[in-house]
Ligand binder design. Structure first.
Ligand code: FEO
Length: 401
């Protein structure tokens, strides 16, 4: 049955033909409460060119949007800016359906696509500095390795003045409003930060290098079109996202603290509450997160945003409480910088949990002004007063900086 999905014009001859995934709540472990989009773009030129595809289950939506402006069999070229399956999952099926003259990707992209679709999958390469004439437009390629995979590249269409930036400058947000200026700024701000914290944080140097390199190319950009979330048009909008990205890569944490914890019989919860109230009493904004009701995507977003990172967990079977190990593994892999840490937790008889947290924070090169704090079975009033005062002292460290 014919599907009725329409393309949306984004410049003179370029159309958004992507898909909106309203219902995805887990994107390879990243909790996407607001869903996402898989953006793809069609340039109607002498050589009709499709930039990226979509996640495999959204093939029909992509083809329907393309069909709303042109017969898909008229596509001559497909350019894969990024071969992660949220953008290439539908590629093999699209190639089989439209039989394009050529498919292009970066040299690493060629390798990845062949790994996914087999050595016989035909892909030509575009590396930094290469151009492709498609009629009125020339497509220029710039490899952006590790933003977000080794294969990643961005492409620019000269006549359309659109920069197709794949994962860079994107966010996970399902919205019917295609452009950033049509959406709520506070939501965009949070989702960009969350995306950066969960996907790009450990790649900050590579992102910073990409941002530094772009102006040197002297591109006249009128639209930045990422592969997720809204597109950035107008100079103000593009300045906003590029400057926000610059700030994020610098990892200058705000005057904030986050306290995340697990608890078995409320002992560590009581310690976390006293600690967070000490931080608050020291005039520092603080967020308290019980890992029993939160997920790692939210925790890393708060860690990224905070100068002080406090983590507390009880000991279980001579180990740290397992959900804390999960979170710390995730945080460690994303390599947040410029953090002051504090570890705490309760125990019954052996007491390894808080030490594990302290050691992990030390591995992450957190500044650790206090020894890990523990209490046996249940915190006493004195314990709670001491941990409250540690919170206050931690706040002073940040406020006096
Ligand atoms: Fe949106 Fe790295 O894929």
């Amino acid at each position: 049955m014919k599907q009725f999905f329409k393309a949306v014009q984004i410049s003179e001859n370029t159309y958004w033909v992507g898909a909106i995934d309203w219902n995805v709540k887990n994107f390879h472990g990243y909790t996407t409460n607001r869903g996402t989009t898989y953006n793809a773009f069609l340039i109607l030129d002498e050589k009709v060119t499709l930039i990226d595809t979509v996640k495999a289950p959204f093939y029909d939506e992509l083809m329907a949007r393309i069909s709303s402006v042109i017969d898909p069999e008229k596509i001559d070229y497909i350019i894969s800016n990024h071969s992660e399956p949220d953008h290439s999952g539908a590629l093999e099926r699209v190639v089989n359906a439209v039989k394009p003259e050529k498919v292009f990707a970066s040299p690493m992209g060629q390798k990845t696509l062949k790994a996914y679709f087999g050595e016989d999958f035909q892909v030509e390469t575009m590396k930094t500095g290469d151009t492709l004439n498609i009629g009125k437009n020339t497509i220029a390629a710039v490899e952006t390795k590790m933003v977000h995979w080794p294969d990643s590249m961005v492409t620019y269409a000269t006549n359309e003045k659109v920069l197709f930036s794949q994962d860079a400058f994107g966010m996970h947000l399902a919205t019917s409003k295609l452009f950033s200026d049509e959406n709520d700024r506070s939501i965009l701000n949070y989702e960009v930060k969350k995306y950066f914290a969960n996907i790009l944080l450990h790649l900050s140097p590579q992102v910073a290098a990409t941002i530094a390199a772009l102006p040197k190319l002297n591109l006249d950009i009128q639209v930045i079109a990422p592969d997720h979330g809204p597109l950035w048009r107008t100079q103000d909008e593009m300045n906003y996202i590029v400057n926000l990205y610059k700030e994020l890569t610098e990892q200058q944490a705000g005057k904030k603290a986050v306290v995340f914890y697990n608890t078995m019989w409320t002992s560590t919860a009581k310690m976390a509450a006293a600690l967070s109230d000490g931080l608050r009493d020291g005039n520092l904004e603080v967020k308290l997160i019980d890992l029993g009701g939160s997920d790692r995507s939210e925790v890393i977003t708060e860690v990224f945003d905070s100068a002080i990172v406090c983590a507390g967990a009880p000991t279980m079977n001579n180990q740290v409480y397992p959900a804390m190990a999960d979170i710390l593994t995730y945080v460690k892999g994303l390599r947040p910088k410029n953090k002051i840490g504090f570890a705490f937790g309760s125990f019954g008889w052996s007491g390894e949990g808080h030490k594990f947290i302290q050691n992990t924070m030390a591995d992450m090169k957190f500044e650790l002004p206090f020894e890990p704090y523990s209490c046996k079975y249940m915190p006493t009033e004195k314990n709670l007063e001491e941990i409250f005062n540690i919170g206050k002292s931690l706040a002073e460290l940040v406020n006096n900086k």
